[in-house]
Design a protein around this ligand. Structure first.
Ligand code: PLP
Length: 491
């Protein structure tokens, strides 16, 4: 393809993307294809001779789009929606157009410098303390691919810090702390690094948040057995129910265990810190006081298309001490002089995408107020949904609504006549049957979870195009399927 052919194909691509967005509402939210559909449709090897690009572009429409689940659909309420904007798409387009791996400042100074600036803008947007700013020169922020990568990097840095200050410690005695509600990233970091991970229990009474006493007891037990707790992965806004660990109580514990690195995973809910009225509930004060590292994802609720996970550390030296490996071929004059950031030493890979460009585009185009409005609107919509659930005699909320997430289940009046020892199992069966019915529908997407054995349904708002009418329609569909599920359950 030459430049003029690219111009033509590019215009067509943008036209088709716009048509896609216009038609989004009328498409099934979840892809309706069967496993292996694409292998049946496509040749088993690449073509011997190059093909006409128009044919390729048409095949995208014909074969790929039907196999897509439309996360930008206004009736997508599953997982955590990924709010994507055109500004972000354009940022990625420009970034790809200049494709360069930006690992050292010298590779492309703009990549590093914009990232350092945008991370500071974001830190200020979220109210993070000055010690997290790149401009301060001690701590700083870096963009990672995902929150899982951010957590892995935090664990690597914490391990390196701990073993350098406790040189006699054996790696097999190190312990990572998570809770049953921590995202799988905690256990995965342990798996990847070959380190033990202890999963602490949390209770329904505490809204599935980690309490200080639970942590203290576990630390004392493990230390008595010669183990070395070195990091806690705390969460602000867990995946299942949006639980917020009690950082203020954890702060008390940390006072007696100063070597424990606190990583705060706020992959989804951290974005709410952009609104001053949510900073208390999202524990900003404590993130600033005890957080050694903090992560949130713009690519969930934050209007930026995947990927854009932002990680801040209190002390950048803890990252670079753990991750700086500099063979001759990676040395540069500026890196040697220590006058620039070489971001390759702040994450695992060498090469990195120019992700800050899309965040820059979005933050400039929306401004702080536009960004806050997106968050506030979703939270208001969730309040509306939660009130529908609360007022219904057939449904109940399983946990307090958290920001833009409600966790609910069917609990029909007929349940009152079931023996207490059978109730939980029978309700789980009902809710599973109800969920199967909902997931069979093409016009809505919800996802499920289990909270200490209780099967429940999550309703997460955050897609850019979701409005009240979509929430109301979702509620009507939920009621429709619930009526059938309850009838069958009672028979
Ligand atoms: N942490 C929390 C609280 C999440 O909800 C999720 C995903 O939903 C993740 C981490 C994982 O995010 P990523 O896909 O960026 O690794």
């Amino acid at each position: 393809m030459d430049i003029e052919q690219f111009r033509k194909a590019g215009y067509q691509a943008i036209d088709r993307i716009c048509d896609y967005y216009y038609s989004l509402q009328d498409r099934p939210v979840a892809s309706q294809v069967h496993p292996g559909y694409l292998r049946e449709a496509l040749p088993s090897s690449a073509p011997e001779e190059g093909e006409d690009f128009q044919l390729i572009a048409d095949d995208y429409q014909k074969y790929i789009i039907p196999g897509l689940t439309h996360w930008q659909h206004p009736s997508f309420f599953g997982y955590f929606p990924t709010a994507c904007t055109f500004e972000g798409i354009l940022g990625d387009l420009y970034s790809t157009s200049a494709t360069n791996p930006g690992f050292n400042w010298a590779c492309s100074p703009a990549c590093t410098e914009l990232e350092a600036i945008v991370m500071d803008w974001s830190a200020k947007l979220f109210g993070l303390a000055d010690h997290f700013l790149n401009s301060g020169g001690v701590g700083g922020g870096v963009m990672q691919t995902t929150a899982s990568d951010s957590a892995l990097v935090a664990v690597i840095a914490a391990r390196s810090l701990y073993t350098s200050t406790h040189p006699a410690v054996k790696l097999e005695d190190l312990v990572i702390y998570t809770t049953t509600q921590t995202h799988s990233l905690g256990v995965k970091a342990g798996l990847v690094l070959g380190l033990a991970c202890r999963t602490l229990e949390v209770s329904a009474e505490d809204q599935y948040a980690l309490r200080g006493d639970t942590l203290r007891k576990a630390l004392e037990e493990d230390e008595a057995q010669g183990k070395h707790p070195f990091i806690l992965i705390a969460t602000v806004g867990t995946t299942s129910s949006g639980a917020i660990d009690r950082l203020e109580e954890i702060a008390e514990v940390v006072r007696d265990h100063p070597s424990l690195w606190i990583h705060v995973d706020a992959a989804w809910a951290g974005i709410t810190l952009s609104c001053p009225e949510y900073r208390e509930v999202a524990k900003l004060e404590w993130i600033n006081k005890i957080g050694d590292s903090f992560c949130t994802n713009f690519h969930k609720w934050g209007l930026v298309n995947f990927d854009a996970s932002t990680l801040w550390v209190r002390n950048r030296k803890h990252l670079t001490d753990a991750l700086d490996v500099t063979p001759e071929f990676l040395r540069t004059k500026q890196g040697d002089a220590g006058t620039v950031i070489d971001y390759r030493n702040w994450h695992i890979a060498l090469g990195r995408r120019f992700r800050s460009l899309k965040v820059w585009f979005v933050l400039r185009s929306y401004g702080v107020h536009g960004f806050q409005k997106h968050i506030r609107d979703a939270i208001e919509l969730n309040k509306h949904f939660a009130s529908l659930v609360t007022e219904s005699p057939t449904f109940s909320l399983v946990t307090e609504p958290s920001f833009a997430l409600s966790v609910f289940r069917l609990q029909p009046p007929a349940a009152a006549s079931i023996k207490p020892d059978e109730l939980e199992q029978r309700l789980n069966e009902l809710n599973q049957a109800f969920y199967r019915r909902v997931t069979a529908r093409p016009d809505i997407l919800l996802t499920q979870t289990k909270l200490n054995g209780t099967f429940c349904i999550r309703f997460a708002i955050g897609a850019v195009r979701t409005k009240k009418e979509h929430v109301d329609r979702a509620w009507a569909l939920i009621q429709e399927e619930a009526a059938v599920a309850v009838k069958e359950w009672c028979e």
